[in-house]
Every structure is written in C-alpha cells, then in structure tokens.
Write a protein that binds this ligand. Structure first.
Ligand SMILES: [Cu+2]
Length: 128
C-alpha cells in the first residue's frame, strides 16, 4: 500500500514534468514569433547623432499596439516620455525627440504585441 502510494505520486510528478516540458516546447516558437522583438532602430544602438531634433523609428518583427506601448528618453537618470505616432506602420514605433544637446542618452521602449504580450528593451546613443 505504502509503496503503491509512493509510485502513484512519482508518476503524477513525472506527468507534471512531461506536461511542463511540452508546454515549454510550445512556448519556444511562441516566444520567437509572437513577442515583438526590436529588429532595427534609428538612431541605431550606440550611434552618434548631431544635436537637435532626432527622428526615432523602432522597427519590430511583428505588429505592435502603438496606443499601449511607451517610449522614453533618459538623460542622466531622468526619463522623459515621448509621444508615439499611432499612424506609423503596424510594426513600427515612431516619434521624435525634443531638441537634444550633447550627451549620452538612453531610449527605453515597452511594446504590446498583437497577442497582448509585453516586451521591453533599451539602447543608448550619443549626441555630439
Ligand atoms: Cu507573446
């Protein structure tokens, strides 16, 4: 009886383990194809641009919900939100910065993909 209970518990946990492994396998392609991943950006990561208004264009591998996404510009630890142009193509976040002076800036983005999942990232660029 005792050993029967033990082995039944063991097979339950083996079953759970196998289910998790299967769920993980299915999650992999989802993560690769459904979450919005940044493909290219202007300015490019680690680029140097001239002072002034900087056009910002972030291109993703899938549609993003611009109305529920956010962009902010960080200078010396101080973040400033940037208004996103909701009329940009479906896989693009588009905005422009206010006039920028020389400095080291960071652009932080958070996007909602068409499946409702959120992804976020950041990159830096220099103005000089
Ligand atoms: Cu997703």
């Amino acid at each position: 009886m005792q050993s029967y209970l033990k082995s039944s518990r063991l097979s339950t946990s083996l079953f759970l383990c196998a289910s998790l492994a299967v769920a993980f396998l299915f999650a992999m392609p989802h993560a690769a194809f459904a979450h919005a991943l940044l493909q290219t950006s202007n300015p490019a990561a680690n680029a140097t641009v001239h002072p002034g208004v900087v056009p910002v264009l972030l291109t993703y591998n899938s549609r993003v919900d611009a109305a529920h996404s956010s962009l902010s510009l960080v200078l010396a630890g101080k973040a400033q939100p940037l208004a996103i142009d909701v009329k940009a193509p479906a896989n693009v976040l588009r905005t422009q910065t206010p006039p920028l002076k020389a400095g080291h800036y960071e652009l932080r983005w958070q996007v909602v993909a068409s499946d409702g999942h959120i992804s976020r990232g950041q990159f830096s660029f220099d103005v000089k």
